[in-house]
Design a protein around this ligand. Structure first.
Ligand SMILES: C[S@@+](CC[C@H](N)C(=O)[O-])C[C@H]1O[C@@H](n2cnc3c(N)ncnc32)[C@H](O)[C@@H]1O
Length: 296
């Protein structure tokens, strides 16, 4: 496989653009740097800076290419769908973090609950295409192969925007995650959609997700952390506003502290790895990667 200049670009030993591996898009900078005393040392550090900056710039350019490829299909779904997809993939750290950290199994059969515009279907498809073309960051693990994708979304308008943009083999279904069958999957994704249903219904969805994923699947759950104070309140307020502007009337939100979500998942025998997932935003979101089986 041929690799472009970006994937071949040299790295300065001992230095790494902070945040690059996390895929959070923050400006690259040194984790540590020798204090500059002599002219010679100053020169050395300046050279390192160039490498780090160009590496971070290359990563930003790659992200732009991937966002461009993953959002191009939404042009056929109209202006709003395309701009929304670009804004979401560009600003929300979760999408690139999942890829940069290699959180998915090599082959993915995904059910995406409360999928909105099905962004993950296009992101993973475009990621695999860029990788095959040799355009992939050297520090990231290979992206997964998306074998199947099934999105379930309550709002007909989101389904209408998602459908014309879907990659081959992906499907989206209008329905309520409380009632619709999840189908076969080794990855169940629930990004910011569980707090719209009450606690008993949330528990039932998680139990069904566990049954779907057995014996060794992964649940990717992002929630607001109700114990986080004002960033959480801001998050809930923006959530209400955005859903209202999008024409949704979803009513009361049903939230929990991140530790309570974690305990619930552990009670279902998931091994849970929580991580903050709100970099670059004023919100308090936690990503809970919950795995069954012994992988990773
Ligand atoms: C904040 S959006 C997140 C969309 C998508 N997960 C993403 O990250 O781009 C939450 C989505 O959950 C959907 N939703 C809420 N309650 C639902 C339910 N009971 N069944 C299916 N979808 C639901 C909403 O319509 C909305 O599209």
């Amino acid at each position: 496989m041929s690799r472009n200049t970006f994937t071949r670009s040299p790295r300065m030993p001992g230095f790494q653009p902070k945040g690059e591996n996390e895929g959070d898009g923050r400006q690259g900078h040194f984790v540590s740097c020798t204090i500059i005393k002599t002219g010679k040392a100053r020169l050395k550090c300046a050279a390192m800076n160039t490498v780090a900056d160009s590496s971070a710039a290359a990563l930003r350019a790659f992200r732009r290419r991937l966002i461009g490829a993953a959002t191009a299909p939404y042009r056929s779904a109209g202006h709003f769908a395309w701009h929304f997809a670009r804004g979401k993939l560009g600003r929300d750290p979760v999408f690139f973090s999942l890829l940069a950290r290699g959180e998915f199994p090599p082959t993915v059969r995904m059910t995406d609950l409360g999928c909105g515009q099905c962004l993950l279907a296009n992101l993973l498809t475009s990621a695999a295409r860029l990788f095959e073309a040799g355009d992939w960051p050297a520090s990231w693990p290979p992206p997964p192969r998306l074998e199947s994708y099934r999105g379930i979304e309550l709002m007909p308008r989101d389904v209408e925007r998602a459908r014309p943009a879907l990659p081959p083999g992906a499907v989206v279904e209008q329905g309520d995650i409380r009632h619709v069958d999840f189908g076969p999957a080794n990855v169940v994704v629930i990004l910011d959609s569980l707090h719209y249903i009450d606690h008993a219904a949330q528990d039932a969805v998680l139990e069904r997700a566990r049954r779907t994923l057995a014996p060794d699947g992964v649940l990717v759950l992002r929630v607001g952390d109700a114990a986080a104070g004002w960033p959480f309140m801001l998050c809930s307020w923006v959530d209400h506003l955005v859903t209202w502007v999008r024409g949704h009337r979803l009513g009361q939100l049903h939230c929990r502290p991140a530790v309570a979500w974690q305990r619930k998942l552990e009670s279902l025998d998931f091994r849970v790895h929580p991580q903050p997932m709100d970099a670059g935003t004023p919100f308090a979101n936690t990503l809970l990667l919950a795995r069954l089986g012994n992988d990773k």
